[in-house]
Design a protein around this ligand. Structure first.
Ligand code: MRU
Length: 348
C-alpha cells in the first residue's frame, strides 16, 4: 500500500512526490518549516493530504518553553504560516481551523496536554479522511456502468488523500467490482500529476490504462472512447462551482458537448460553506519556471512571459453529480449543498 504520509515516533514521514515515479524517497521531520516547504513545492499535494499534513505540522510543536502565553502566540503564527502555503484547496483551512479550535479550547495551560490534544486532532483528521474516501469510492463506483471507459485528470488517489482517494478511489473500487474496462489518464501539465503519479498508482493496481497528453482528450471523446469523466476538487462553492486542477474545465465542457457524464468526487472537507460561487475562490498562480522548464531543462526562450494558474473553475451547469462521503448531490446544487450542510450541522 502507498503511504504518502505517516506519523511515526513524534515525526512526520512523507513521500516526496516531486521525485516520483523515478524515486520513492521519504523524508522525516518534526520541523514546521520543512512541512511548509513540502506543501509549497508539491512534495505533499492533493487537497485532503495538504490538510492532513498541515494538521500534523501544528501538532509537531516541540518546545521546552513552559509559557502558555508564548505557546499560544507561537502556534497562531505556525497556523498562519501553514495557511500561507497554498490558497485554493479549502481542506487546508478546514484542518487548520480544527487545530485552532483545539488551541482555543486549551484551558489547563499544560503544554504536554496541548501537545497530546493537537496530535489526537491531527490523527482524527487523518483517520476521518480514510473513511470519507471509502464512502466516496463505494457511492461513486455504484454510479458507473459495467465495463466502462473512464477519463480522469491530475491525481486524486492514495497520493492525494489519507485513504484510497476520491475520483481515483472510485475508479479502483469500480475496478474491483468489474465496472472498469479501461482508464485514460490526462498527463496534467505543467507538473504532470497524471503522468507521474496517477499512472504510477494505477500500475500498482494492474488496471488497463493509457496515458494521453491533455490536448488529446477532445479527440478521444469525439471518437466515442470515453463513457464517463471523473475528477476531484480543491474547493466547492455553495452553488456547486468547482475549483480543480487546471484543465478540468476543458474536460467538463467537452463532456457536456459529447453528452457523457462529468462527475466530481470530494469529501465534505472540500466544500466551502462560506463561498457562494466559483468567482469568489482564490486560484493559485504558480511560478512560470514550471512551464518554461521541464525537470530543469529549458523548453522556452529565456525571458518568455508565462501565465500558469494551478486550478480552474468549472461552472456547476457542466457537473452531472458531486459525489461526497455523505451522498451523491445533483443539480440544483444550491439546494443539495444547503441540505447537506443542514444535515452536517444537526449531526453535531
Ligand atoms: O496542485 P495539486 O497537485 O495539489 O492539485 C491536486 C488536484 O487538483 C486534485 O484534483 C484535488 O486536490 C483533489 S485530490 C483528492
Amino acid at each position: 500500500v502507498i503511504t504518502p504520509l505517516e506519523w511515526i515516533n513524534g515525526k512526520l514521514r512523507f513521500l516526496d512526490q516531486t521525485r516520483l515515479p523515478l524515486e520513492e524517497f521519504y523524508c522525516e521531520t518534526d520541523e514546521v518549516d520543512v512541512i511548509v516547504d513540502a506543501i509549497k513545492r508539491l512534495a505533499i499535494r492533493g487537497a485532503p493530504l495538504i490538510g492532513i499534513a498541515a494538521a500534523y505540522g501544528v501538532a509537531s510543536l516541540r518546545t521546552n518553553v513552559n509559557d502558555a502565553i508564548y505557546i499560544r502566540k507561537h502556534l497562531m503564527d505556525v497556523i498562519k504560516l501553514l495557511e500561507s502555503t497554498r490558497p485554493t484547496a479549502v481542506n487546508l483551512f478546514w484542518a487548520l481551523q480544527r487545530q485552532s479550535s483545539v488551541l482555543i479550547q486549551w484551558k489547563t495551560n499544560s503544554i504536554a496536554d496541548l501537545q497530546k490534544q493537537l496530535l489526537a486532532e491531527a490523527k482524527s483528521i487523518h483517520q476521518e479522511d480514510v473513511e470519507m474516501c471509502e464512502h466516496i469510492s463505494s457511492l461513486g463506483a455504484e454510479l458507473l456502468p459495467f465495463s466502462c471507459n473512464v477519463l480522469t485528470h491530475c491525481n486524486t488517489g492514495r497520493l492525494a488523500t489519507g485513504g484510497r482517494g476520491t475520483a481515483l478511489g472510485i475508479i479502483t473500487k469500480a475496478w474491483e467490482l468489474g465496472r472498469i474496462k479501461h482508464v485514460y489518464i490526462g498527463e496534467t501539465r505543467p507538473l504532470l500529476q497524471g503522468a507521474r503519479l496517477t499512472a504510477w498508482e494505477i500500475k500498482k493496481w494492474n488496471i488497463p490504462a493509457t496515458l494521453i497528453t491533455d490536448n488529446t482528450a477532445a479527440y478521444l471523446i469525439q471518437k466515442g472512447k470515453i463513457d464517463v469523466v471523473i475528477v476531484g476538487a480543491d474547493r466547492i462553492a455553495m452553488n456547486g462551482d468547482v475549483a480543480n486542477k487546471i484543465g478540468t474545465y476543458n474536460l467538463a465542457v467537452l463532456a457536456a458537448h459529447h453528452k457523457i457524464p462529468f462527475y466530481v468526487a470530494a469529501p465534505v472537507s472540500t466544500i466551502d460553506f462560506q463561498v457562494q460561487t466559483g468567482s469568489d475562490i482564490t486560484v493559485e498562480e504558480r511560478n512560470g519556471r514550471e512551464v518554461t522548464e521541464v525537470f530543469g531543462l529549458k523548453i522556452a526562450p529565456e525571458g518568455m512571459g508565462v501565465y500558469s494558474p494551478a486550478f480552474d473553475i468549472t461552472p456547476n451547469k457542466y457537473i452531472s453529480a458531486i459525489i461526497t462521503n455523505l451522498g451523491v448531490l445533483h443539480s440544483p446544487f444550491n439546494d443539495s449543498l444547503q441540505n447537506l450542510r443542514s444535515r452536517g450541522e444537526s449531526a453535531h
